[in-house]
Design a protein around this ligand. Structure first.
Ligand SMILES: C[S@@+](CC[C@H](N)C(=O)[O-])C[C@H]1O[C@@H](n2cnc3c(N)ncnc32)[C@H](O)[C@@H]1O
Length: 226
């Protein structure tokens, strides 16, 4: 199975010997890719989705690759289908607020989930704020450039660490690396905030103050003259 750079990176962050659940598996490309990789080893692979259509597609793909003994399928929303033999949860290609909703709906599951590998499409800061509050720290972060898009992938591990606002905003690992993707990503984030600020009608003063604060933070980090 050939997968895109984003899913490859998500897969790289899944630990060997883990039992992982891929929530929102859709086509199950990630799970097939990992199950086929002979250099990797997993105790359990569970692919789940809350819709029958994607899950049927996943089942067809898994059968086509003769992996039905290696990948279990579960139909259900978020952690509704979680069992405590799973230590790692992967969610990618979903909105950040949807992800937070999934964790908030089942706080009891967080007791036995050791690792979270998340690639939220948006609200990444909210995801980092929420999970570092409820007992996870950020072990790794990656910015993946795939065609013209840049994706954030964040790996959380169980444990406590204190983060500054700056670290939560930019990501502590990304800040330490500050590579070309970081510069490209935050230049684009700055541009999008400038556009939103210009388009916002009268009023919205709270939103405008927040945007201006974030723009200042990004300009400082990128050494852009104000
Ligand atoms: C854009 S696809 C992402 C597929 C794949 N994970 C990836 O990164 O390429 C999002 C998938 O999440 C599923 N989904 C959305 N909300 C969900 C939820 N609460 N529980 C389980 N699956 C969900 C959708 O049905 C869809 O198949």
């Amino acid at each position: 199975m050939i997968v895109n750079k984003r899913l490859k990176e998500v897969g790289r962050l899944v630990d060997n010997n883990s039992s992982f659940l891929d929530i929102g598996c859709d086509h199950a490309f990630l799970d097939i890719y990992l199950a086929q990789d002979k250099t990797r080893n997993f105790k359990k692979i569970v692919a789940s989705d809350n819709k029958e259509g994607p899950l049927t597609q996943a089942k067809n793909n898994i059968n086509q690759h003769k992996l039905s003994k290696k990948i279990e399928l579960r139909l259900g929303s978020g952690l509704d289908i979680y069992t405590d033999d799973i230590d790692t949860v992967v969610i990618s290609g979903m909105g950040g607020r949807n992800m937070i909703g999934i964790f908030k709906a089942h706080p009891e599951c967080l007791k036995t989930i050791d690792t979270l590998i998340l690639s939220p499409n948006n609200y990444q800061i909210d995801v980092k704020e929420y999970l570092t509050k409820v007992g996870y720290y950020i072990e790794d972060e990656v910015l993946v450039k795939d065609s013209k898009f840049l994706y954030q992938i964040i790996k959380f591990k169980k444990g406590k660490k204190k983060y500054s606002k700056r670290e939560l905003f930019f990501g502590p690992v990304l800040l330490a690396k500050k590579d070309d993707n970081f510069i490209y990503y935050y230049k684009r984030e700055l541009k999008s905030r400038e556009i939103i600020l210009e388009l916002l009608p009268k009023g919205f003063s709270f939103r405008k103050v927040k945007l201006k604060k974030e723009m200042k933070l990004i300009k400082n980090e990128l050494n852009i003259q104000m």
